[in-house]
Ligand binder design. Sequence first.
Ligand code: SF4
Length: 320
Amino acid sequence: MSAALLEFTDVVRHFADPSMMPGRRRVARALDGVGLRIAPGESVGLVGESGCGKSTLARLALLLDAPTSGRIAFAGRDVGGFDAAARAEFRRRVQAVFQDPTSSLSPRMRLQEIIAEPLRAQGVRAAARLDAAVAEALTAVGLATDMARRYPHELSGGQRQRVAIARAIVARPDLVILDEPISSLDVSVRAQILNLLAELKAARGTAYLFIAHDLLAVASLADRIAVMYLGRIVEEGDAQAVSAAPLHPYTRLLFASAAMEDGAAASEGEPPSAYAPPSGCRFHPRCPLAQARCANEVPLLREVGGRRVACHFVPAGHGL
Ligand code: SF4
């Protein structure tokens, strides 16, 4: 196993409800003991319904927030001990693409300035070098280099997301956090952006953490998939293996839902609140296979034939 680029070890992130009186505040268990690793050049997909903790994990991975407990390491170093220089180095090596390219791109800046931002942040000032890097990034994302003088409002939604990707790759990062990068786009544009991300990964060897609720999109791009439910990872393994034979009942529900155009399967019972997660297996109120044990005993994330699954009733070797 190669050394991890980014590694979460038993990461917990709880939030107190600010609307309640101090001392009586409820606690939202957004992340509860998450372990996840991304190797150099690896594409890891993180899926789950809204409120499962995906966005909290993305913010932690970008150092926009800190865990309540647990360890996050980048290139073997605990990010909790980063000084200003280490943070600057991290910002060079890790970039992000967010869901809404309209709000993530400044409307008053030309594409040239937007895309060059990460390089300027590193102290690159030579105009010729900036121009060449922006032109290369525009070409890489399939946009004409003469678009550098345009403003974001002159572009379509798909073109704006291509610009966001150009900005993310211009400084040749090791890792890009893709936080729902296609969910705000028209269906016709989503496949184009997915293809672009796959081409860039193949050409540059950039690692991705691809966070989305669209399981099929994630399965098409990721080397490995991790499935989250109410702050915990319930299944994690090779993307093709998980897609072909999901083992955890929740992963099966997600795939069944993705196969149905109206998402009916997922809407059968909404996920409980992170303020009051169910006891034992958090999925037990919605699980068709639940038994008495499930309400009392937390299932451990166990190795099952090369992947990890948190269910009492998936025996080793099951389905493999
Ligand atoms: Fe369902 Fe029980 Fe497995 Fe949880 S532990 S997924 S409730 S069968």
